[in-house]
Design a binder for this molecule. Structure first.
Ligand SMILES: C[S@@+](CC[C@H](N)C(=O)[O-])C[C@H]1O[C@@H](n2cnc3c(N)ncnc32)[C@H](O)[C@@H]1O
Length: 376
């Protein structure tokens, strides 16, 4: 899944190797800003240590839980039957298909988009996705299918979680927006093709693909997830925890970028406003790491707590100054008060971990620092 700041690529470029090696000395690995869960999944599948995955947002911990929360694969055929096949069958009887087929016959191009928006606003439709996002992030047909998939999520907790994670991934693939859901594409001459490209994706097939991918994956040791502030969780950690720290570097809150996924994870949202179809402010978790005036202090508090706990830390941060006012260099300056920075590595095609000799050269080409830090 596309996720701003995902470490999927970095895992193959030094980060995975470093985490794998360092996990040997730890009882547990803590992913304090788990996001897309790429790192939590990697650790859970490649090591024998349990993972604690933390994020402010529930879609992120739902994604993490879907793999780190179990030690056995799930029967894909059974999951498909109890969830997607049931939702598909139930959707066939909906009266919305008549309105949708009239719309499809009557309008083309830009007109189709405005009529789709009007349809989803005027008619009661199928539920939350229709009401909140129909004609904007999703076509009326996609919204209806997403509503049926949501309504027919299985009850059994573990299966429910895996299916919900598959739905989150499917929705992120179908959304007519640029890699996040801060705003949907608008039907301008330039963007309309992107809307139809996204609206052509079928939520049932996308959910099926995501479900198949998730069912086969599992942790080697059962982990846990927490929807919580990393700064607070850091105060509870222990000496034998290896902590992965990948905080936000943008001055725009993640909750603005991924509110559609959060609505799906929560199964509800308050009144929607604005072009971005945002839920009320109180429903969008705010992070000190995304406030220029507070980001530096948030990093200080976090690293101070981790050092007091005596935990080893692997931290990634862009080298250059970011919009929240922090840079890799300023994070190093803060960390030096409590940590030995044992290894500096960088994300670059030519870099290798360790080796101070390669550090200087690689730094010039690189954008993302990978730091291994030991408390003093
Ligand atoms: C750079 S992303 C992490 C990306 C992740 N490592 C991955 O590979 O996808 C930062 C994440 O931190 C979360 N976040 C922001 N502030 C937080 C806080 N105070 N505590 C916990 N999570 C937070 C955001 O919701 C976002 O998912």
């Amino acid at each position: 899944m596309k996720y701003m700041g995902s470490k999927q690529a970095l895992l193959k470029n030094g980060l995975g190797k470093l985490l794998f090696e360092q996990s040997y000395y730890a009882d547990r690995i803590v992913d304090l800003f788990c996001g897309s869960s790429a790192v939590s999944w990697f650790i859970a599948e490649h090591t024998t240590k349990p993972v604690l995955a933390v994020d402010l947002q529930s879609y992120a911990t739902c994604l993490a839980e879907s793999v780190i929360g179990r030690t056995q694969p799930i029967d894909y055929a059974q999951a498909l039957a109890v969830w997607i096949d049931t939702a598909r069958r139930a959707s066939k009887h909906s009266i919305v298909w008549r309105d949708i087929s009239l719309l499809t016959r009557a309008y083309k191009g830009e007109e189709f988009v405005s009529s789709a928006r009007a349809l989803c606003q005027d008619k009661k439709g199928t539920g939350l996705m229709w009401r909140a996002y129909g004609g904007h992030y999703f076509s009326p047909a996609q919204s209806a299918k997403l509503d049926f998939l949501m309504r027919h999520l299985p009850d059994e907790p573990c299966l429910h979680n895996v299916c919900l994670a598959a739905l989150i991934i499917a929705a992120s693939r179908c959304a007519a927006s640029p890699g996040h859901t801060a705003q949907p594409f608008q039907p301008t001459q330039r963007s309309i093709k992107f809307i139809f490209e996204a609206w052509d994706r079928d939520p049932f097939s996308e959910s099926q693909n995501a479900l198949q991918m998730l069912c086969g994956r599992h942790a080697n040791a059962k982990g846990e997830t927490l929807i919580a502030d990393a700064v607070e969780v850091a105060k509870q950690l222990k000496r034998h925890d290896l902590v992965f720290v990948d905080p936000p570097y943008s001055d725009v809150h993640y909750s603005r970028f991924y509110h559609v996924l959060e609505t799906i994870a929560r199964g509800k949202c308050g009144p929607i406003t604005g072009v971005g179809r945002y839920p009320p402010y109180e429903e969008r978790p705010q992070s000190d790491f995304s406030l220029k005036s507070r980001a530096s202090n948030a990093v200080k508090q976090l690293l101070n707590s981790l050092a007091s706990a005596g935990a080893r830390v692997v931290l990634t941060f862009p080298k250059n100054e970011c919009s929240n006012g922090l840079s890799g260099e300023s994070v190093i300056e803060i960390a030096r008060e409590w940590f030995h920075i044992v290894e500096n590595a960088v994300d670059s095609r030519f870099s290798t971990l360790g080796g101070n000799n390669s550090y200087r050269a690689a730094r010039l080409k690189a954008h993302e620092l990978i730091l291994l830090m030991e408390p003093m």
